[in-house]
Design a protein around this ligand. Structure first.
Ligand SMILES: [Zn+2]
Length: 146
């Protein structure tokens, strides 16, 4: 194994400060003299910082916030929720009327309808919860600004 390969394997631990003293020094000394590993280190560090920033510190501008509030997954799940809820309810009501007219064993689609209603309510709940969470984050951010 070449020196650079060994250093490369240690880089991730080096960035996270998880190496033992001797390995840490080994990387530090090598980075000073090797341009290739220095570049690898910078790239890896940049990536780490980007990941850390995106998960820990989320700062929204108004446009970004609007984008999140109106983004496709939220809209889509809400639309889907309504469609499932309504179609499920219509099926159930229709079944009730039909059942009233002709008494019979419950057919397969009644189970589907119940599932659709349950799933629809769940979708709406998730969609509302999601927006609540976004709103909560904004409130906190505005508090910090004031
Ligand atoms: Zn190297």
């Amino acid at each position: 194994m070449s020196k650079c390969e060994k250093i490369n394997e240690l880089l991730s631990g080096y960035i996270d400060n998880e190496l033992v003293q001797s390995d840490h020094q080994l990387v530090e000394i090598h980075l000073r003299s090797c341009e290739y590993c220095q570049r690898e280190y910078q790239d890896m560090k940049k990536l780490r910082d980007a990941v850390a920033n995106s998960s820990v510190e989320m700062e929204f501008s108004t446009e970004q916030l609007e984008m999140i509030m109106n983004d496709l997954p939220a809209k889509g799940s809400r639309g889907l929720g309504w469609i499932l809820l309504l179609s499920g309810l219509i099926t159930l009501i229709g079944f009730g009327i039909w059942q009233f007219a002709i008494s019979d064993e419950p057919p397969w689609f009644i189970k589907t309808a119940i599932c659709a209603v349950a799933f629809g309510i769940l979708s709406l709940f998730i969609s509302v919860l999601r927006q609540r969470l976004v709103a909560l984050k904004t409130d906190r951010y505005q508090d910090v600004q004031i």
